[in-house]
Design a protein around this ligand. Sequence first.
Ligand code: G6P
Length: 470
Amino acid sequence: MRQSSLVVVANRLPLDDNAAPDGACEWRRSPGGLASALHAILQQTPATWIGWNGGIDSAPVLPDVGTLRIRPVSLSSEELQGYYEGFANSTLWPLYHDAVEQPVFDRGWWETYRAVNQRFAEAAAELAEPGAAIWIQDYHLQLVPQLLRELRPDVLIGFFLHVPFPPPELFMQLPRRAELLRGMLGADLVGFQRPQAAHNVAQLAVKLFGAEATDDQITLDGRTVRTGAFPVSIDVTEMQALASRPDIVEHAEQLRADLGQPRRVLLSVDRLDYTKGIEHRLTAYSELLRDGRVKVRDTVMVQVAVPSRERVDSYRVLRDRIEGEVGRINGEYGRVGEPAIHYLNQSFDRADLAALYQTADLMVVTPLRDGMNLVAKEYVAARSDNSGALVLSEFAGAAAEFEDAFLVNPHDVDGLKETLLQAMDADPADLQRRMAAMRDQLQRHDILAWARTYLTALDHTGRLAAGLRR
Ligand code: G6P
């Protein structure tokens, strides 16, 4: 077994098993921000990525991606249910996102979550060379840092949480709160998107373990864990290059023509998830249509809702609600050949997304809670002529970096309507100024800067970050 000096452990591999229309198996980039972010920088690093391939039972042998070795972990259908759909996505996901959907506390899921975390820890222990660094990602694997420390006390252990860490009063609802917190604190460095998360964890460590804690370090059982904020980003160069490719520019023009050359195109791109505030946005938009403040012929809205976690009940229910609402809005306000909302429940590849971003005059990103939201960053990266407006929820991590976006509280439907109108009618010079400022911020904080900053904090010698290239 070849070992690596850097091992990344994430629930998902960067590639996903996908059946092509002819039934053949093909690979595509996994959904969501985590896979996109890490995929961009690790392809040229002699590292190993351990993760689930998206299927059941089989763990096929997968080819390397550039210099990155891929090591799949298999999940049985019971494990998929108890660990991924259950504890990770029906308990932790809603709880960590402000409980915008009621978290389910099912006692049967915990053992499976623990056992799958143990399997990931064992795979990482086997594939890490002596003194290696192991970088664990996200809420699915919160026990891995501690489990790994027991197996391999010689390695450096990093943990990064891509989603928000909730306020202590919410976290305290978790039946297994102490084990989960201790699991994460098995790392040498725990990274979050926002400083508030590190503050929440420090408070909990004091409350649950009587630890000595500040917002940047926690001492527990005689060992000190460092914590801090490392806001994740995107491959800005890749998105910029895509958006300026002649075929994509042409595709964007074609899309606009297909949409009927409207005066304005509003775009939203989300995984179909209840944290994304899709319904709030639809309500605001339909009221603007109802009040005659937006006209269908003039303005079109495109909603891309990428299928996600479709076997989890709350996601199925949400899909039905959204599709019912889109149907209602189109039924009431659309015309023949002119729907009010173009709704697409599909995945799009990077090139198609780049074309959509080019087409959109307004990007509307309204999550009720979001760790970062990389779609907002992708839109900004795609707007090289500084045109376009970003309407962004205050509750997305990205809002802390994009002060020049049109910031909104998506719960306030009237406020959301006003902000949409304000962004639609903004002076082009103001839009240019805002976009230039956001682009400047983004250029300085791309995915490479994120990984370098995190890995240098994990290992001060800089040896881990040295291997990273775009
Ligand atoms: C979020 C999570 C990621 C996850 C992604 C897609 O971005 O932070 O860990 O991979 O959603 O969700 P999925 O359940 O399809 O992996």
